[in-house]
Design a protein around this ligand. Structure first.
Ligand SMILES: *Cc1c(COP(=O)(O)O)cnc(C)c1O
Length: 480
């Protein structure tokens, strides 16, 4: 069994095993002709069920053969140009290489004595990101597991900074199109069910600042305490960007913590063409960035940034075994004082090798390409009488719905769109997402693959129309 432990004696085993795994994935990349096989849960479940975890195979090749059947063959492949569904990106090779390095060395980024240079690398990337945002000289932050955790931590800091004698009085303002992790965070932070005020959005799915001003006014009038405004720079459903400068103005006026959820829009920090779309982000008190969404990084790679490093103290707790107070005097850096986690992956290494290999411009160029593609897709949709498209893209998302010519009942149109999405998934030819707009079912493309071309979009629109028409045809048959 010791031959499975990674150490100086097993370096050759390590090299062979990892190479074997890499070969399998490389072969998959070269041969997948669809993003998905269309496998159904019922078809896959018996194979997983049948595996007896108490009877190991003992050998890498056999375990990988088995993995082929229960995972690799039927996985959803984000690198395929017709995967157009969620906020998942294809990944860049330097980051994948870093993933292999960081898990083998297995540094933990809580303390210096578990990471050494890793701590410095993470700090430098935090400084780099904060500088790109423009947060100023006192900024700091930490890598997190994702946007959900970043939002939670930012709101924790905001809660601690808010002046209130009761949690029940605290209010958070986020747009209707904000991420659900804001509401989840409010619950985890002990706030009441009324704590998150949903501010209406305009036609472009951007927070209405007039409505925000009204809500802030109402909050003051009711004797409540505004804890934070969450501005979304890239909503999950539309990629819409709230008007950051106006929101910053209101936050300054009412003395409220401004959090910018740029989980998606952070890609613009590297953009060569569209950086101005997030102007105003530099006025935030805290910012969420998900490198695993728009920096082409593998999951997980994310961070929370703050304007004032001192606010991170609200997450600081000391343990004699780990980060005793005397370490501060000895000037030994640690990251656990800033994090909600303790043992923590060296995810920063992925961004590091990416920047050191391709540079930020390389990432920005890829993100610009998907933004340009979204613009092309919007033009295709706008010119196509079969489709209704909502919201001109600010980033790389398109929300649209198939409108059958002969159908007047919107519920039937809903069903046709829902059916088309499911049928497309079952075919594996493409994967698209869905959402609701004003109570109606829409379809969604989240374009994060620079290999996707306008032709792919056109082809997938034809596939969707085909499935929707088939549904409507069968629906007519059922009725007659
Ligand atoms: C994806 C997303 C989140 C959550 O991020 P995770 O990394 O999935 O935890 C938060 N906010 C927005 C706007 C997002 O798009």
């Amino acid at each position: 069994m010791r031959s499975h432990l990674l150490n100086g004696l097993t370096a050759e085993h390590y090299r062979r095993s990892v190479t074997e795994g890499v070969e399998r994935v490389a072969a998959k990349l070269a041969t997948t002709d669809r993003p998905f096989t269309g496998v159904a849960v019922d078809a896959l479940l018996p194979a997983v069920d049948a595996i007896d975890l108490d009877r190991p195979l003992g050998d890498t090749t056999a375990a990988l053969d088995e993995l082929e059947d229960v995972y690799l063959r039927d996985a959803v492949y984000f690198h395929h140009p017709r995967y157009l569904a969620h906020l998942n990106c294809p990944v860049v090779i330097p980051a994948v290489l870093a993933e292999a390095v960081l898990s083998a060395v297995n540094s933990s980024l809580d303390t210096w004595d578990q990471s050494a240079g890793g701590t410095l690398i993470e700090r430098k990337l935090i400084d780099w990101t904060a500088a790109r945002i423009g947060l100023g000289p006192a900024a700091d932050g930490v890598f997190t597991s994702g946007g959900t955790q970043s939002n939670l931590q930012a709101l924790l800091l905001a809660r601690e900074e808010a002046k209130s004698d009761s949690l029940a009085k605290l209010r958070i303002f986020a747009s209707e199109a904000g991420h659900f992790s804001v509401r989840k965070s409010a619950k985890l932070l002990g706030l009441g069910p009324e704590a998150v005020v949903a501010v209406p959005v305009d036609h472009d799915q951007r927070m209405q600042t007039v409505a925000l001003a009204r809500e802030l006014e109402r909050c003051a009038r009711d004797g409540l305490v505004p804890m934070a405004v969450v501005a979304t720079a890239g909503t999950t459903d539309f990629g819409s960007i709230d008007p950051l400068p106006e929101i910053a103005g209101l936050c300054a006026q009412y003395g409220v913590w401004m959090h910018v959820d740029a989980a998606y829009g952070c890609g613009l920090l590297a953009s060569l063409k569209y950086r101005h779309r997030i102007d105003g982000i530099e006025r935030a008190d805290s910012v969420t960035v998900d490198y695993h969404k728009s920096f082409f990084q593998p999951v997980s790679s994310s961070a929370v940034l703050v304007r004032d490093a001192a606010t991170l103290r609200h997450a600081t707790y000391h343990a004699e075994y780990l980060n005793p107070r005397r370490m501060v005097q000895e000037r030994i850096p640690n990251q656990v004082d800033k994090s909600l986690q303790t043992t923590r992956r060296f995810d920063a290494l992925k961004l590091w090798l990416t920047l050191r290999t391709m540079g930020a411009d390389g990432i920005g160029q890829l993100f610009d390409e998907v933004c340009d593609l979204a613009r092309e897709g919007w033009e295709l949709l706008a010119a196509d009488p079969r489709y209704d498209v909502v919201v001109e893209p600010s980033l790389s998302t398109l929300v649209f719905r198939y409108i059958p010519a002969a159908v007047t009942d919107p519920a039937e149109t809903d069903r046709a769109n829902l059916y088309a999405r499911k049928a497309l998934f079952a075919s594996g030819d493409a994967v698209v997402a869905g959402t609701k707009v004003a109570g109606r079912h829409y379809l969604k493309f989240t374009l994060l693959n620079p290999e996707t071309k306008a032709d792919d979009i056109a082809a997938v629109l034809d596939l969707i129309a085909g499935h929707a028409e088939q549904y409507l045809g069968e629906s007519l048959d059922r009725a007659s």
